[in-house]
Ligand binder design. Structure first.
Ligand SMILES: [Zn+2]
Length: 272
């Protein structure tokens, strides 16, 4: 039944329209330097799948995340460029970042399409809520100089260091979860307030997991010149030294785990 659906005219129209919109968004994003070349390709595929299989209700939340986060990232960069030196990558997103943030969403839209089970939509919103919380925590938390503490030891750390949390960053995380919940919850046909809260709580839990992983397992280096802890392999023009974490757990791996963790929080919650 579902597979027959692929061949009918309205689906074909939706597919063409989806690919067209995906192309337009990617083209503009590339011109505005939101995406690298391989990031553009990944976004085109991912957006094409989500738009065509999910239609408007799956498209609005991820577009809300993508557009607002890209603008926020650009604005923050203008305001506080120094903090960029801590991050492994600049604000221009590459394919690994795109898939780390939206890959799970892509899998969930396919699952929903094949099973026609709306539970996957709730998981999707939860996953987006977590990646949005994580992104906005970083962007707002590094917007201007603010006190930042290690999430586990509560010792003061440099702003922008993985595992660091601040008041404004936590507010950013919460705001991110609200925006995603608001962008998608009205397509769930019952118990808005319950699901709204579930998306916020699971997303915020995701951003806490993100900070804990950042403080523990994520790869970090130390600069030989300025002694700062950074995700970068090169700092102050020289190669950095290993500081802590697993070599294969970079920021993208952490983001991917977070995008998976938030839906798991929902699954556990629903089964209690
Ligand atoms: Zn340095």
């Amino acid at each position: 039944m579902t597979l027959l659906f692929i061949f009918n005219i309205s689906f074909f129209n939706q597919l063409i329209l989806s690919l067209f919109i995906a192309f337009l968004i990617v083209f503009i994003s590339y011109r505005l330097k939101f995406l690298t070349i391989n990031g553009s390709l990944a976004t085109f595929f991912l957006a094409g799948i989500i738009f065509s299989l999910g239609g408007i209700k799956w498209s609005v939340p991820i577009l809300t995340f993508f557009i607002l986060s890209s603008l926020l990232s650009k604005a923050r960069k203008k305001k506080n460029e120094n903090v960029e030196l801590f991050f492994e990558k600049s604000g221009v997103r590459d394919y690994a970042q795109v898939l780390a943030n939206g890959g799970i969403g892509g899998v969930l839209v396919v699952m929903n399409f094949l099973t026609q089970n709306d539970f996957y939509y709730l998981l999707y919103l939860s996953s987006l809520s977590a990646v949005c919380a994580d992104t906005w925590a970083t962007e707002l938390g590094t917007w201007k100089k603010t006190e930042t503490y290690n999430i586990l030891t509560f010792k003061k750390v440099e702003q922008g260091v993985s595992g660091g949390i601040s008041l404004i960053g936590s507010f950013g995380a919460l705001l991110g979860t609200f925006v995603i919940a608001f962008s998608g919850v009205f397509w769930i046909n019952m118990n808005y307030i319950y699901y709204f809260l579930l998306i916020i709580v699971s997303g915020f839990a995701g951003s806490i997991i993100d900070s804990i992983l950042g403080a523990t397992l994520q790869l970090q280096h130390e600069c030989n010149i300025c002694k700062k802890i950074t995700e970068r392999k090169i700092h102050c023009g020289v190669k950095t030294n290993y500081y802590q974490g697993f070599y294969w757990i970079d920021n993208d791996v952490v983001n991917f785990i977070v995008s998976l963790a938030a839906p798991l929080v929902i699954i556990i919650f629903q089964n209690i």
